[in-house]
Design a protein. Sequence first.
Length: 107
Amino acid sequence: MRSQVIRVRASKAEFAAIKDVALARGLSVSELIRRSAMAVRLPIRSMNHLDAKLLVRTLGEIGHVGGNLNQMVRRAHAGKLAGHDAELSQTLTQIDALRIRIRDIVG
């Protein structure tokens, strides 16, 4: 039985942000704070249809950017674009990682 009360002060903005996180994860504010303080894994954030649609659209846009960047990397490796090989390759790798992460989020 939980009999102890812990009081925490927060600004209105902080409380609103905490409340939003709790709502998105299907928890009460108390349960969110308790789990966070005890390093207990939080439930996966629920995603509404509009968020998922926006992420899928973002994924498509990132794909276009990645395609253009891939063409630049090929030109750099062919010696047609000197001086930026490593930077372009690293950026392409980061974009690929971002796409994978978004796919994981969307499911």
